[in-house]
Design a protein around this ligand. Structure first.
Ligand code: COS
Length: 380
């Protein structure tokens, strides 16, 4: 067992760290306030290869492994989780979904644009009445021979307004349950496809989240991914990889808050000494460091499983469950260590605390991760 990163991995991590410090840090507070993220920064992430990290270079990707992906995700998330969620969704839900399960024509038409960052994608599974209970899809896709007709509503869609390409899950045959579900590639601008207003959120406010409406949207049959009825398994398989990305995001949020708290505790004085010399603070730092390192091990293990071709349903669920818990708990501690300053935007930790919460909710709540883990244990 080798815990060292390779030279290449270290270079990739440093490149992501450098980009986060020089490009993402300036303006991160303003973007959070204004709920915006400039196209220019998305373009730069594309140029650096961050939007198609694991995609084969023949489709414009960077051809890197999942370890590289989580290293990049951690570094971006330390500074700006709104940027990293775009990276995570585009890489592990959209690009991976198309590369692993799309046909050659779909990859040529869509994957290259997505992997280079020419456009970005969105993954549309959640509905007003089907979030955790993903088999209860109300969006319908009726088979009309050479095309399907889609009707329904999707909620809380990350990149909902910015995306150009949407992978949409819908029910084709209700009687077949999860085997009657399909996944489709939908393009922005298709008649009947409407994008609702941007949600006003607690965290990751730079990332745009929308409700999407499908009213008699005509989708050519060649836009279905995989065989008829493959959509639910497509969503589950894709989300397993997505959870590695979100676990790495949670890890980065926790590590970013910890680094700020450690630095602050070495500068801020109280009772005649730097506050890190008080055991009340020192023990918080010890707990934070230990649990963040444990989360990093789980994230790395899940990424390693993916790189080895092992099943990673359980390891990704464990990584997300634990890293998101660590992110939530330790961003709260980072605010506490900062005292009154922690409550003020310019110290960054309050934003990280707000950003942490979503990692326990999206791409499967913590409760869903426990279902996946416990079912896996019982099956073993
Ligand atoms: N890989 C392949 N197939 C899978 C799978 C996986 N990871 N998970 C489930 N399946 C298959 C099952 O094997 C089953 O197939 P069979 O009927 O042939 O046995 C089918 O899919 C249905 O699975 P299951 O019976 O386990 O479905 P449930 O309704 O019990 O739901 C959970 C399973 C809860 C795990 C699923 O609904 C889920 O992950 N929900 C959360 C969704 C989510 O993450 N939402 C967030 C949206 S993205 S922000």
């Amino acid at each position: 067992m080798d815990f060292n990163l390779t030279e290449e991995h270290l270079m990739i991590r440093d490149a992501a760290r450098d980009f986060a410090q020089t490009e993402l840090l300036p303006g991160v507070i303003e973007r959070d306030n204004a709920q915006t993220f400039p196209d220019e920064l998305v373009r730069k992430m594309g140029e650096l290869g961050f939007l198609g990290i694991m995609v084969d270079p023949k489709y414009g990707g960077s051809g890197m492994d999942a370890i590289s992906y989580v290293l990049i995700m951690e570094e971006l998330s330390k500074i700006d989780a709104s940027a990293s969620v775009m990276v995570s969704v585009n890489n592990s839900l959209v690009c991976y979904g198309l590369e692993a399960y799309g046909n050659e024509a779909q990859k040529e038409k869509y994957l290259t644009k997505l992997a280079t960052g020419e456009c970005i994608g969105a993954f549309c599974l959640s509905e007003p009445e089907a979030g955790s209970d993903a088999t209860s899809q109300r969006t319908t896709a009726i088979d009309k021979g050479d095309h399907y007709v889609l009707n329904g509503t999707k909620n809380w869609i990350t990149n909902g307004g910015r995306a150009e390409i949407y992978l949409v899950i819908a029910q084709t045959d209700k009687h077949k349950g999860s085997h009657g579900i399909n996944a489709f590639i939908i393009e922005k601008g298709m008649p009947g496809f409407d994008i609702g207003p941007k949600e006003d959120k607690l965290g990751i406010r730079g990332s745009d989240t929308h409700t999407l409406q499908f009213n008699d949207v005509k989708v050519p049959k060649e836009n279905r991914i995989g065989d008829d009825g493959f959509g639910f398994r497509f969503a589950m398989k894709t989300l397993s990889g997505g959870r590695i990305g979100i676990a790495a995001q949670a890890l980065g949020i926790a590590a970013g808050a910890y680094e700020l708290a450690l630095k602050y505790s070495k500068e801020r004085k109280a009772f005649g000494t730097e506050i890190c010399n008080h055991q009340a603070i020192a023990f918080k730092l010890a707990d934070m460091h230990t649990e963040i390192e444990a989360a990093r091990m789980l994230v790395m293990k899940a990424a390693w499983d993916k790189d080895q071709g092992n099943n990673y349903d359980m390891s990704s669920a464990m990584a997300k469950l634990y890293a998101s818990k660590v992110a939530m708990e330790h961003t709260v501690e980072a605010v506490q260590i900062h005292g009154g300053n922690g409550f003020v935007k310019e110290y960054h930790v309050e934003r990280l605390m707000r950003d942490a919460k979503i990692t326990q909710i999206y791409e499967g709540t913590s409760e869903i991760q426990k279902i996946v883990i416990s079912r896996g244990l019982i099956k073993e």
